[in-house]
Write a new protein. Structure first.
Length: 111
């Protein structure tokens, strides 16, 4: 492998880790959607001059982490984390009434 390819892989991995950590923290707040958080921070990453592989990995890691953490308040409290969690409320409420919200959370996170 060339040095340039190794550098791209390293940058992509580092930006993916940064995106996952940042958006996991943001995703715990109910009501934060992609337009107000993911788009501006990804634009900031682009304006900082991060290579394309890093921007792409940051965006994908952020989206995945955000949707996984939005499943937590949906499954455990019945509060939709974002608009994509709304269809899951009926099943989550049914499983909460049965006393097994952890199973609902596991199913939401696995897809």
């Amino acid at each position: 492998m060339s040095a340039e390819l190794l550098q791209q892989i390293w940058v992509a991995g580092a930006m993916g880790l940064v995106g996952a950590i940042v958006f996991a923290a943001i995703g715990l707040v109910s009501g934060t959607d992609e337009t107000t958080t993911l788009a501006p921070l990804t634009l900031l990453v682009v304006l900082l001059g991060v290579p394309a592989a890093g921007v792409f990995t940051f965006f994908l890691a952020g989206a995945v982490a955000k949707h996984m953490t939005h499943a937590v308040p949906t499954a455990l409290l019945g509060i939709p984390g974002d608009t994509l969690a709304t269809p899951l409320l009926q099943d989550a409420n049914a499983l909460r009434k049965l006393g097994v919200p952890h199973i609902a959370l596991r199913k939401m996170i696995s897809g």
